[in-house]
Design a binder for this molecule. Structure first.
Ligand code: FAD
Length: 415
């Protein structure tokens, strides 16, 4: 077995693969087109959430999505365009959004989430909590009776998966958030969830990996590959050629763009989301919360507060739509009316691209076309939640070990 691994993509998935591989003594190069100071893995909501055991493709999502698409400020939007990859993705998503597939996919996702939750704590203990990880759980807050009913149903499903929940009235939620007014009907708390500052997590991992001898080849874009038989022998970039023994593709929303150069087609669309971060908020939230009726995520990160949301399937290079970020802000104000925060100016609105597979499960596994290729991507809205487990599984796959959990459901060749 060769001890050299090249990883393409330095997002949270690529860095967590590097983390577990370097522990086993591999010589690692991470090739990254950016400079590792920003990107999808930096400005997200930072939840590590076993509560999110329902994959994106679920019954009712298509009808809900169609209703939302009629409103320009709804949480979901697909930019209409004649694009074959988008049409294939949508058709597959449609086929996967049924009860049978959902029930098949919940157990493997649940296993992956729990493995990752435990491993994220292990990483914190190993490299130090320099990323504001707080283990206080996460609220699902609701305003309407219909959403309350749905969330209580979900809490019952969670109980079947041995996930603990606590249901609170409006008064009880308010008592837990004494510094801000909370205008809700009630909420479900998932105590097992935790949250962190994803940008700080990335920076801490980067420093740790550099100290451990991992080579971070930044500002370097992969443009092609050299192959011999069924083996990838080198990665071609705008900075020259890098020989490789084992190859991991972890290029996030650009996964199909890179895999195509190997003749491997993967169904994946970018789901754009926005966030706005307020620093040193005087009366901050104590608990992170998903404002379910508005699909907004609120995350206190130490003294800072981040609000984020929306899902926009509009390709890799679409402009920032201010009114969608405004809808996030309005959603936050509807739940926390006395939050003394102004809407952010356009230049301070952050956006990231969630890599979406058509069934909501990530791609983690070898590809049969090559003897030395592992794919790790497509983590949608769960990249932070699932990064540690993905890194561990990739190390086990490359080391030809028995994997910590069954990875069949995550096969990159399942569509
Ligand atoms: C608003 C928002 C909120 C979110 N909240 C959460 C949350 O609370 N919890 C959670 O778990 N997840 C959350 N997510 C999702 C999470 O951010 C993503 O799933 C995760 O960041 C994806 O990580 P990645 O490493 O796969 O991709 P990325 O972070 O995009 O990394 C891929 C890297 O590959 C590089 N790359 C691409 N092509 C090439 C090339 N040709 N050559 C070299 N390098 C290349 C890119 O530059 C990039 O840095 C959220 C996302 C958004 C947008």
């Amino acid at each position: 077995m060769s001890k050299q691994v090249t990883i393409i993509g330095g997002g949270i998935i690529g860095l967590c693969c590097a983390y577990y591989l370097q522990k086993e003594g591999y010589d690692i190069t991470v090739i990254e087109k950016g400079d590792l100071t920003d990107g999808t893995s930096f400005g997200n909501a930072g939840y590590v959430s076993p509560s999110h055991f329902t994959p994106l493709a679920s019954p009712g999502i298509v009808a809900q999505g169609l209703r939302w698409m009629l409103s320009s400020t709804s949480p979901f939007y697909i930019k209409p365009r004649l694009n074959l990859d988008l049409i294939k993705w949508l058709m597959t998503f449609w086929k996967q959004a049924n009860a049978q597939t959902l029930h098949k996919n919940i157990p493997p996702l649940n296993d992956l989430l729990h493995l990752s939750r435990d491993l994220t704590s292990d990483i914190k203990n190993d490299i130090g909590n320099h990323f504001r990880m707080a283990e206080v759980g996460c609220f699902m807050l609701y305003k309407s009776a219909a959403t309350e009913k749905h969330e209580i149903e979900l809490a019952k499903e969670a109980a079947q998966l041995n996930i603990d929940t606590k249901i609170f009235s409006a008064q009880e939620v308010q008592a837990m958030e004494p510094d801000v007014q909370v205008d809700v009907r009630g909420g479900v708390l998932y105590p097992i969830d935790c949250h962190l500052h994803p940008g700080d997590f990335m920076r801490t991992l980067k420093t740790h990996l550099q100290k451990a001898g991992v080579k971070l080849q930044l500002n370097t874009t992969v443009t092609g590959f050299e192959k011999k038989g069924n083996t990838v022998t080198a990665v071609i970039t705008n900075q020259g050629k890098f020989d490789c023994s084992q190859l991991v593709l972890a290029s996030g929303s650009w996964l199909p763009v890179v895999s195509e150069k190997l003749g491997v087609s993967l169904l994946l669309q970018a789901g754009k989301g926005y966030s706005m971060t307020y620093e040193n908020v005087p009366r901050n939230l104590r608990y992170p919360a998903i404002l379910v009726d508005k699909r907004v995520a609120m995350t206190p990160m130490g003294a800072d507060l981040r609000m984020g949301g929306t899902m926009e399937i509009s390709g890799l290079n679409s402009p920032v739509l201010e009114k969608r970020a405004q809808a996030i802000y309005n959603g936050a104000k509807a739940y926390y009316p006395d939050l003394a925060l102004d809407m952010m100016p356009k230049e301070k609105i952050w956006y990231g691209l969630r890599p979406l597979t058509p069934d909501g499960l990530p791609y983690i596994g070898h590809h049969s076309k090559y003897a030395n290729l592992v794919i790790a991507g497509g983590h949608a809205m769960l990249g932070v939640s699932l990064a540690a487990a993905t890194g561990k599984l990739v190390e086990e796959l490359i080391g030809k070990k028995m994997t910590s959990i069954d990875v069949v459901a995550f096969s990159p060749e399942r569509f």
